[in-house]
Design a protein around this ligand. Sequence first.
Ligand code: PLP
Length: 301
Amino acid sequence: MEVPNQEIRLPLLDAKKISLSIKREDTLHPHISGNKFRKLKYNLLEAQKQGYTTLLTFGGAFSNHIAATAYAGKLQGFKTIGVIRGEELEAKWANNPTLSFAKAQGMEFHFISRQAYQEKNSEAFLKKLQQSFGVFYHLPEGGSNTLAVKGCEEILTEGDRHFDVVCSCVGTGGTLAGLINSKKANQKILGFTALQGGFLKNDIRKFAPQGGWTLQTDYHFGGYAKVTAPLIHFINDFKGQTGIPLDPVYTGKMLFGILDLVAKDYFKKGTKILAIHSGGLQGITGMNIRLKKKNLPTINV
Ligand SMILES: *Cc1c(COP(=O)(O)O)cnc(C)c1O
């Protein structure tokens, strides 16, 4: 599976003599977009091989992973169970575009409190879930495990070897780990974190022991799924100028960060950058509902 790299033309890039291309992983599949396709691929093959008939996973109200798992599971004939963060959603999931999409694919929901959700990786909690739902193949939150990283090692191809820097969004870090494992020796990987906190580095090292990568932690805009009016304006301007849609949780923040770093001369003249568009566009509808309620500008679709 290979997607095109699209070269971006912007006055800032010309002025700074920087080349920027975007790998359109968002175009991989209409409903299992970007890195979630990569992360599910080998997991679903493994689940099939081991004879599992049910997938169980975790996510929040706007989770791209929940939407992708629901769709991919249906496609491959699995029953899917989504353990959803936030008991209050039980009464109003139908108003949430991500959750109603997942439900329409046949996903069964189990809503739990934010506090209970913190136990999501504990053996005891998984055992309890088995008692309620029977045997299942467990996909961790965000889908990050060894097989997910293996799938993400297929994002970069031989045709990408001439890029100096590869940029990617970072949630749990599984995607970044795959890029680190598959990069060429001369390439640097730059990860843009979508949430606050410094706990990520060890998770990434667990899956990708070698160096050659750094994290940019200044572009989370207040934290996971937090947005500001300037970010929304940036996403709309970027789409107007390049035709490329960005999501507000991950790729919008990364592109904002890349162009900010270009403006601040972070990159040497002549640097060739490849940014991975990891998808996430399904979340825009739900985010726009939230933005309208808060009287903030909305994302053009
Ligand atoms: C899930 C997701 C990420 C984060 O990927 P990780 O492997 O968890 O770091 C990045 N971008 C998009 C669009 C996503 O949906």
